[in-house]
Unconditional design. Structure first.
Length: 259
């Protein structure tokens, strides 16, 4: 199989264009195009997807070298932008996720990155979240009991009532050019991560704003929120918000150190 990295920029551009044209015209399937042009099928799929999304601009050769997202200055700019919500950048969302961060980079830097590249940025920043495993692992008795007895019932309830199950968490980050900050995160069982960055202490007002944003992103779908017993999660302000949204939102608590 041909190694595209060893081709000149001009030769690779020709191969890319011919491969995409053969697939778009229906002359070849993506698998056939990969075999004919000696390029990995996954690469052909990426080229075709990029062409369908961005047109001829996706076929132009990009400079090789260090990835922009690996540049500290590039990461610093992203961090500063993310401290403000998507709506302040005229993006269609209320919380950040992989797709909106990719859209932000297209808007601000005219670069196209995949959701996997964005995920790599998240991991570098320490922006991760976790949901309970399918099977209980060796752990404390409270956690094991919750995973074994309570958690399956919550999943069944979410499925029965057609609710999206979200795990909420808080985490501390350090972003280049921004410094220490915090993130409120929401994660589904499918791995869909949404988050809000902030500086300073978590307050009831900030947490309720996060819940409002998360609910707006659901476009009317009911949700089941699973969170720890952090003091802010049990304040009167949060309780009142939950009462006001009782038809749409339900809250359940994790046992201590459940995740």
């Amino acid at each position: 199989m041909r190694d595209g990295r060893k081709l000149s920029r001009e030769a690779l551009a020709i191969v890319r264009r011919k491969a995409v044209e053969s697939v778009i015209s229906g002359e070849l399937t993506q698998t056939q195009a990969a075999a004919v042009f000696g390029i990995a099928r996954a690469t052909v799929c990426q080229w075709v997807a990029a062409f369908r999304r961005d047109g001829n601009a996706a076929l132009t050769e990009r400079p090789r070298g260090r990835r922009k997202e690996d540049n500290p200055q590039f990461s610093a700019e992203i961090g500063a932008w993310l401290l403000r919500g998507p709506e302040t950048h005229d993006l269609p969302g209320s919380l950040w996720n992989r797709e909106l961060v990719a859209a932000l980079l297209r808007q601000k830097k005219s670069v196209t990155v995949s959701r996997w590249t964005v995920g790599r940025l998240f991991r570098r920043w320490g922006l991760t979240a976790c949901a309970p495993p399918e099977e209980p692992a060796p752990c404390g008795e409270q956690r094991a009991s919750w995973l074994r007895e309570t958690y399956p019932g919550l999943r069944q309830q979410a499925s029965r009532e057609r609710r999206t199950l979200w795990f909420l968490d808080e985490t501390s980050l350090y972003l280049e050019g921004v410094g220490p900050c915090n993130a409120l995160t929401a994660l589904t069982l499918r791995g869909d991560l949404q988050f809000l960055l902030y500086r300073g202490r978590l307050t009831s007002a900030l947490f309720v704003d996060f819940l409002d944003r998360l609910l707006r992103a659901q476009t009317g779908r009911r949700v089941l929120l699973i969170m720890d017993t952090h003091t802010i999660h049990r304040t009167q302000v949060v309780d009142v918000w939950l009462q006001d949204h009782a038809q749409t939102v339900q809250r359940r608590f994790l046992p201590p150190r459940a995740l």
